[in-house]
Each structure stands twice: as structure tokens, then as C-alpha cells.
Design a protein around this ligand. Structure first.
Ligand code: AHR
Length: 678
């Protein structure tokens, strides 16, 4: 194959092309990226399955739990220590938002250590670092003869009981009020790392001080150091894995999880800001209760800390129906105004000055400086509804009037009303398209963006956000396998990465069309998940994190996107089985040197292909990065996490000919390669 790369006519690459899409699915937030180590910290609600499946689209469900009580508070994650007895109580609420608490009864004849223990989100990773604990306690009775002098917090091995760290908190028991809760804080610093993540957190009393008494307990919290040291922040190691790909934006908070299983249970920003005592949480769309500890402000701060653009999705008056998709879950047109107002206020909370009502509230939550939001998406996958043709214009006109500089994103490009009126995306805005497909689909649609603007009739005023995409299943007759069958991938494979990367090239070479893209879903807790395949998988144990093949090709593309595309022509053979694209880093950008040319090559064939690159500039060094594996169905997994990972290489100078203007390269089979020419 002979390819000519010219340095002439160039186009700017899309500045924000590769980004992240996060929603709480697969315990990616609670029990995942949200650094809280205590599971069920405030008895908000249980996990749930609805009719055997939580996903109304009937997709792959692999939850490792089988909860019996839909949504009701449970003691999941909690155990008694010693002869303490645990139950739930609703007569002593911690707050209006957190009405259910745990009652701890200590029998009169109790001896030794008594108290409560939390198992964490399938364990806790214990390292020699500072852990910050807090909890609320209220005695049921005034403590009379047996005065409480201290409460002990500790981190312990679940298997052996070995204590990794403990702290005695001094307490003047008789002064504890039976009328209101007292918050206690504690700091724990283990001297060494625990050998595994099978660990627990305990709050204990000495029975001699509390026998015969009862306590109400709630909002028990334990945080390790977080990403960029944010209080109530992100799990540091996972956030660092995300930052490693150098993403440019974050789409949040969903996905289905924005919409809610009903209108009432939609993601509501006003219920997930401020003190944790004021966040009731909600039944998430993915079969487990969301604490909403990772709330609106935390998402914005995540963007700030990673220096990426927030791409906010606002609720647009349409929810998923837990039994079927029906108009009942569309807010009637005459009742829509409060939801539009909710979205306007949401934007003001983020972007308003402290002089505004909602900007002032943000300041009171510790963030006086306003955020800038460039991208706002209206709804999610509204093609499942039949009402977007009137909902989108309502939201768009109201939001655009106040925020003229925001780019708005529609989730449906065209929808005809009963009277034939189409949803039209106004010029200057975008369409979010989603693709869960086979490798062949992405190959077949390599040219899709080349002519999309003309074909769609939108012209160059409307651009594309590929907001969710992945190779979901192997190639097979009938196309993508949405069932739980053998076709569906459990983890991203080599052939999945090749299919997606071909689509990545299609996006990169059309920067005037495709502005943004993000893989979905982002994170998978190995212990409880509802969807496969996913970008990154993890457990409580930081050593278990697996970057997938999909993660690695995107990291390569993100790092080597370049600032300008270069024209490429081939003199023999067309695309398939080899695909290519070239760009140049024309300016100093980050760590990449000026003037570096990146040639991306993908070989979907199992056999190598000889490539001759003709250049109109002289190069003297050729470095490369390759992601390859001879088994197209191979994937990365725990204990084999880097089996398929990018390897760097330098080509011998003998491959450079024609006075520095020709490079020959043997492109291996099943490979994604970036050559860096300098
Ligand atoms: O990524 C999983 C789900 O797929 C998203 O929540 C939804 O938008 C899409 O259908």
C-alpha cells in the first residue's frame, strides 16, 4: 500500500474531540469513582430489579445481587459487632432527606467490644494514608450510671480481624443529647497496606460503658485521600486513569440515569447539591439506589480538576417507563414550564455570578467563582419518545435566550410531528448520535461523516457529537447481539478496538463535522454491573483496575490527535483492510514537540501489510506506538490487565529513503498504530 502525506492544505482538528461520558451505571459512581468507602451509609434505599431486568431496552444484566426488597431501606453492608443488635428506625430521622437511621441496641448483659461494622463496596482498599471518618449518633436514652467516655473507630481485616488503624474518640457521654444528633469525626492512618481489600470499617463501644443502652446512627462516612484532595471527591486512582487519556470534556449525568425510571425519580440537581444530610438520593435507572453524593457541584469540580469542559445534559421532560415506553412519561406540554425553569436555574447555579440567586447558592456551597459551560445537551436518546419535536424547541429557545454562547446538543436529528413538522437543529448546534454496534458496522460506515452535512440537509451549520459508542458484539448474521448471547462482548476485545478506532479515524478526518466523541459506558465494577462491554473495569482493590483495548486505542488517538489534519492520498488500493489518517502537531501543545507528523494506520486483517509512506517534507526519525494482538477476541482482564496495551518502538533509519521523504513500514496484522515522524 502506498500512501502520500502532504503538508499542504490543512484543517484544524476538532479541539475537544475525545472526551468522557459518565453516568452511574455498573456501580461506577456509588461503589466506584465516588470515593466514599461506606456502602449504604445513610440507609437510603436498596438495590432493585424490576421484572427481572432493570434495563428497559432488554440489554445485558449481570448484577451479582438479587435484592428482595425493591427500593426500601435495608441494612445491606452492615453487621453487628459483639452482642449489639441492629435494626432500622424511622422515628428518629437524621434530616428530612435522610429519614431512616440504624438503631443499635446493646443488651444489658453485653460484655467486651460492641458496635457496628461496614463491609464497604465489596471491600475496602487499605493503604498507609489518611482516612477521614465521620458519623452521626443520638442516644435513645440519656446515659445514666454507665457513662460513655469513648467511641473507637477502626479499619480491620474482614478475614482475620487484624486492626490496620484505630482511633479512640473522647466522648462526654452524659452530655449527648437524646433530642439531636451529634456528629463525630475521626482520622485513621494505617501503618501499612493491608494485603488485600477484604477489609471493614468499625465503630465500637466498650460494653461496660453502654450495656442496656441504644443508639441511633446514620451518615457513616469514610474517605481516603481523593483526586486533587477534593472533600467529598473522586477515587484518586480511578480519576487518574481517566485523566491519563487526556480527555477534553465530560458529558454527565446520563444517559438513562438523567431521565429517571419515572418523572418523579429523574436526576434532580437541586436534590444533589449542598450538605450530604440534605441529599435524599434516588432510585437510579440501573437497578441500584444512588446516594447522589457525587452530585452536580462534584461533577463541575471534577471538570475543573481535570481541566476539561463540562458537557451538561439537562432533563427535558421525558423519562423512561419502567414497564414500557409510553407517553405517560412525557411531561404534558402545558406543564413543561417548571422543568424549563429547573434547567435555567441549573445553568445559573453553575454559571451565575454570586449576585444571582443560584450563583449565590453555589458560593455558599464553597465555589464562589462561576464555571463556564460551553455545551448543554437537551435530554437523552429522545428518539425513544414521540414528543421531541415540540420539547426540544421549548427548551432550546428558553435556554438559548439566556445563554447565547452555549452550543446546544439535540439527541435526535429529525423527528416528524403528526402534522409533518420536523425537529430541526438550529445552525451552530449539534446532534448527539449513539452507536452500539459490530466491528463491521463501523467499517461499513467509515464514510458516514464525509457527506453527512449535505445528506442530512443541515449543511455546515450543524455538527456531530458521537456521545455514546462502542463495539458491543462480534460480527454475526443479523448484526449486533443485544441479548445476553454469545455474540455480546463481556469486555472490549482486540477486534472491538479495531472497529471503534476505524470510526475514530472517520471522526478525526472530518473535524468540520464531528466535534466531540465519548465511549460508553465508562466504568464497570466487577462486583455488580448491568452492561458490558465497558471502558475501564475495577474493584475496591486498586490493583484490580483494567484498562480495556478500547481505552488504549483512545488514549493513543487522544495523545496523538495533532492540531491540523494533513491531506493523504493513496496511489494503490483503497481503505479496507487498512485504514489511515494523518495530522500534524503544528504548534507546541502539551508535551508534544512542534511540527511532529502523526500517521495513524489500522490493519483489520490478520496478515501484515507493507506500507510505503511518501512525504513532501523530510523526516529523520520514526517512532511509533502499537496496539496489537494476534487473537481478535482477546481482551484485558484482572491479573492480565496489560496483555493488550500500547508498546512504543523506534524504526531503524534504514526504513527512511528518498532523501528523508519516504518511509517503509511493515504494518502487523490486527494492529492499531500511530507513527510519529519528525
Ligand atoms: O450507556 C448505556 C446506556 O445506553 C445509556 O444510559 C443510554 O443513553 C444508552 O441507551
Amino acid at each position: 500500500l502506498e500512501i502520500s502525506v502532504a503538508s499542504g492544505t490543512r484543517n484544524k482538528t476538532a479541539p475537544y474531540l475525545h472526551g468522557l461520558f459518565f453516568e452511574d451505571i455498573n456501580h461506577s459512581g456509588d461503589g466506584g469513582l465516588y470515593a466514599e468507602l461506606i456502602r449504604n451509609r445513610a440507609f437510603q434505599g436498596s438495590d432493585v430489579t424490576i421484572g427481572g431486568s432493570s434495563n428497559i431496552k432488554g440489554s445485558h444484566i449481570v448484577a451479582s445481587e438479587n435484592p428482595l426488597v425493591p427500593w426500601g431501606p435495608t441494612l445491606t453492608g452492615w453487621r453487628a459487632i459483639g452482642s449489639a443488635r441492629l435494626s432500622l428506625d424511622v422515628l428518629n430521622p437524621l434530616s428530612t432527606a435522610l429519614p431512616t437511621v440504624m438503631r443499635v441496641d446493646i443488651p444489658v448483659d453485653a460484655t467486651g467490644e460492641v458496635g457496628i461494622l461496614n463491609e464497604g463496596w465489596w471491600g475496602m482498599d487499605i493503604q498507609p494514608q489518611e482516612y477521614t471518618a465521620s458519623f452521626y449518633i443520638k442516644p435513645a436514652q440519656a446515659v445514666y450510671s454507665k457513662s460513655l467516655t469513648h467511641i473507637t473507630t477502626s479499619l480491620r481485616s474482614n478475614a482475620t480481624g487484624e486492626i490496620w488503624a484505630a482511633e479512640e474518640i473522647r466522648v462526654d457521654g452524659p452530655t449527648l443529647s437524646t433530642l439531636e444528633y451529634t456528629q463525630f469525626r475521626s482520622t485513621l492512618f494505617p501503618a501499612k497496606a493491608a494485603p488485600d481489600s477484604d477489609n471493614t470499617f468499625a465503630v465500637t463501644f466498650n460494653a461496660s460503658e453502654v450495656a442496656g443502652n441504644s443508639f441511633f446512627v446514620s451518615l457513616v462516612s469514610l474517605f481516603p485521600p481523593t483526586y486533587k484532595d477534593r472533600p467529598n471527591g473522586l477515587r484518586k486512582d480511578l480519576a487518574e486513569v481517566l485523566a491519563e487519556i487526556r480527555p477534553k470534556f465530560l458529558r454527565f449525568p446520563g444517559g438513562n440515569n438523567l431521565e429517571g425510571l419515572t418523572i418523579q425519580t429523574r436526576w434532580q440537581w437541586k436534590k444533589n447539591i449542598g450538605p450530604l444530610t440534605e441529599r435524599p438520593g434516588r432510585p437510579g435507572d440501573w437497578s441500584y439506589y444512588n446516594t447522589d453524593g457525587l452530585g452536580y457541584l462534584e461533577f463541575l469540580e471534577w471538570c475543573e480538576d481535570m481541566e476539561i469542559e463540562p458537557l451538561l445534559s439537562v432533563y427535558a421532560g421525558y423519562s423512561l417507563d419502567i414497564t414500557n415506553i409510553s407517553p405517560a412519561n412525557t411531561v404534558p406540554q402545558e406543564s413543561m414550564q417548571p422543568y424549563i425553569t429547573e434547567a435555567l436555574e441549573q445553568l445559573e447555579y453553575a454559571m451565575g455570578s454570586t449576585e444571582t440567586k443560584w450563583g449565590a447558592l453555589r458560593a455558599s456551597h464553597g465555589h464562589p467563582s462561576p464555571f463556564q459551560i460551553r455545551f448543554v445537551e437537551i435530554g437523552n436518546e429522545d428518539f425513544f419518545s414521540s414528543s421531541y419535536y415540540w420539547r426540544f424547541p421549548l427548551f432550546y429557545s428558553a435556554l438559548k435566550a439566556v445563554y447565547p454562547n452555549v452550543t446546544f446538543i439535540a439527541t435526535q436529528a429529525t423527528e416528524s410531528s403528526p402534522s409533518g413538522i420536523n425537529t430541526a437543529i438550529p445552525a451552530g448546534n449539534m446532534w448527539d448520535m449513539h452507536h452500539y454496534e459490530t466491528p463491521q458496522f463501523f467499517k461499513d460506515n467509515f464514510n458516514y461523516f464525509d457527506n453527512w452535512q449535505n445528506a442530512s440537509g443541515y449543511g455546515d451549520g450543524v455538527q456531530i457529537f458521537v456521545g455514546e459508542y462502542s463495539v458491543l458484539s462480534r460480527d454475526r448474521p443479523g448484526g449486533v447481539d443485544w441479548s445476553n448471547g454469545v455474540g455480546r462482548f463481556a469486555y472490549p476485545t482486540m477486534v472491538a478496538a479495531i472497529g471503534e478506532a476505524i470510526y475514530g479515524l472517520a471522526m478525526e478526518r472530518n473535524p468540520h463535522v464531528v466535534q466531540l466523541s465519548s465511549y460508553a459506558p465508562l466504568l464497570q465494577n466487577f462486583n455488580a454491573y448491568q452492561w458490558t462491554p465497558n471502558f475501564i473495569a475495577f474493584t475496591a482493590d486498586t490493583k484490580d483496575t483494567v484498562r480495556s483495548t478500547s481505552y488504549y486505542w483512545q488514549k493513543m488517538f487522544s495523545w496523538y490527535k495533532g492540531t491540523e489534519t494533513l491531506p493523504v492520498r493513496n496511489s494503490e488500493g483503497g481503505f479496507d483492510p487498512v485504514w489511515w489518517h494523518a495530522a500534524i502537531d503544528a504548534e507546541e501543545t502539551g508535551t508534544l514537540a512542534a511540527g511532529r507528523v502523526y500517521v495513524k494506520l489500522i490493519n483489520a486483517d490478520t496478515t501484515p501489510h507493507a506500507i510505503t509512506l511518501n512525504l513532501d517534507v523530510k523526516v529523520s526519525t520514526v517512532n511509533g506506538t502499537i496496539l496489537t494482538n494476534e487473537d481478535e477476541y482477546a481482551f484485558n482482564y484482572r491479573n492480565n490487565a496489560t496483555a493488550i496495551s500500547p508498546k512504543t518502538f523506534t524504526l531503524d533509519e534504514s526504513v527512511i529513503g528518498n532523501g528523508g521523504k519516504q518511509v517503509t513500514y511493515e504494518l502487523p496484522g490486527l494492529a492499531i498504530v500511530v507513527l510519529e515522524l519528525k
